[in-house]
Design a protein around this ligand. Structure first.
Ligand SMILES: Cc1ncc(COP(=O)(O)O)c(C=O)c1O
Length: 447
């Protein structure tokens, strides 16, 4: 039964033009006047909509549900935690699972990024990382370093720091001038690398754009450079070979902190623990979220190097709070319980290795769409891929229509503008990849 013929479910009846729920990043009027796409439950790699129709999840929800939906182990761990210790103020108090989860994350991070500050989302992790960078420089007597560098086509969340860093005009244009002083590097999405699998050969020299911004603003005024190792939300932009290494070199030469926003690329998405390991470049700070709790309980984190933590802590007087920052729900017991259960699943089921092994099959499927005239570029690495569809009218109109038609055809994926982003759960079987490929081809041909 198609959408138009379906009977209204109880939840569908709650959706009407005057419904109080204000949806985020959604055209509310369209959604509430017949455009609602509703899910009622999820298990494994599928959603079921309010009519009981099965929908394959090609984007792990929003890149979070890496171990698959409905994991009993996580539900049980969170349930036990509610009964045992539901909430504890995170200031001046702590519980064992916060220490344990930080220790487990630090075992996975590269280099000495072994100091873990918990937040409740990726956006909060980004803003917290900005504050850590500023506090670190101030602690070492370089408080004038207040400018941040990021990149065009970056997405660093939606808090005021994050939208200033992001290279996406739409996320900023309605909200005034922004608060943080940020200069943007050119993006590295080059036509010469179109339809490249993995890292492109062209464009490493674009990292030298950082030198231009250093010359413009003065290295002594710059706090940190924020990049996603792979820009995820704007369509999976994989860095050219040598690009991140060059950024690292320039940062070292000028004492700039390098921050990798690994909110999407972390926890096995690219095949290793983090993108830092995949690309062999160790940043000074990483921001994390999403797959940390498999999307079950909101949680983000900042992993900072020992040097940064020591610098901030040592500069403060005895018994004084070294870092004036934190949230009511930092290190929330339920999020910590979920995170520990999730890290157990990743380890015990070898899920990062599993995704790594299935990556060539997955990328073969995505790149096989190349023969469709509507597909103008494809990119991918690990278990993450993006493709662009030719714009039709205003940018983003076709991408929006695409995700609706795909849902109606039984497939969920995330689009940004006219880019579609694929990131299946690591538990996917070849048959799931085939199903995703078949549905994509069928729907893309319908345009
Ligand atoms: C790289 C990156 N940073 C930050 C964020 C923001 O995370 P959240 O939506 O949890 O605030 C996202 C979300 O997609 C992201 O992809």
């Amino acid at each position: 039964m198609g959408r138009s013929e379906s009977l209204p479910s109880a939840v569908a009846e709650a959706v009407h033009p005057d419904a109080p729920f204000w949806l985020p990043f959604t055209p509310n009027r369209e959604f509430k006047t017949g455009g609602a796409r509703l899910a009622a439950r999820a298990e494994g790699i599928y959603y079921w909509d309010d009519q009981g129709r099965r929908i394959i999840d090609a984007s792990s929800g929003l890149f979070c549900v890496a171990a698959g939906h409905g994991r009993r182990e996580i539900a049980e761990a969170v349930g036990r935690q509610v009964a045992e210790l539901d909430y504890l103020p995170p200031f001046l108090r702590a519980h064992g699972k916060a220490f344990e989860l930080a220790r487990r994350i630090a075992e996975l991070t590269p280099g000495d990024l072994n100091r873990i500050f918990f937040t409740n989302s990726g956006s909060e992790a980004v803003d917290s990382a900005m504050k850590i960078a500023l506090a670190y420089h101030r602690a070492r007597g370089q408080g004038q370093r207040q400018i941040f560098i990021s990149r065009e086509r970056a997405y660093h969340g939606v808090n005021f720091g994050g939208i200033a860093l992001s290279g996406m005009a739409n996320n900023r244009r309605h909200f005034g001038i922004g608060l943080a002083p940020v200069a943007h590097l050119r993006h590295h999405h080059l036509q010469e690398n179109a339809f490249t699998r993995g890292q492109g050969a062209q464009g490493a020299e674009l990292a030298d754009d950082l030198l231009r911004l250093i010359n413009l603003h003065g290295a002594e005024n710059i706090a940190a450079v924020f990049v996603e190792p792979v820009a995820g939300s704007t369509g999976v932009l994989v860095p050219p070979r040598g690009y991140l290494q060059r950024l690292r070199e320039i940062c070292d030469q000028h004492q700039l902190l390098l921050v990798f926003d690994e909110v999407i690329s972390g926890f096995g998405r690219l095949g290793d623990n983090f993108g830092a390991q995949t690309f062999g470049v160790t940043p000074d700070i990483m921001t994390l979220a999403k797959a940390l709790t498999n999307g079950t309980v909101p949680m983000g984190a900042v992993a900072a190097s020992q040097r940064i933590y020591d610098g901030i802590v040592a500069a403060a007087g005895e018994q004084s709070i070294e870092f004036f920052h934190g949230y009511t729900y930092s290190a929330h017991p339920l999020a910590c319980a979920a995170g520990l259960a999730v890290l157990d699943i990743y380890r015990d089921e070898g899920l990062f290795e599993r995704a790594q092994k299935l990556s060539p099959y997955f990328l073969d499927m995505v790149f096989s769409l190349r023969d469709l005239p509507i597909v103008t570029d494809i990119r991918g690495i690990g278990f993450l891929a993006g493709f662009d569809v030719a714009a039709d009218g205003a940018p983003g109109v076709r991408g929006h229509e695409l995700q609706k038609r795909l849902w109606d055809a039984g497939l969920h994926l995330k689009t940004t503008g006219d880019a579609a982003i694929l990131a299946p759960a690591y538990i996917a079987e070849k048959a799931h990849i085939d199903e995703i490929g078949d549905t994509l081809r069928r729907v893309l041909k319908s345009f």
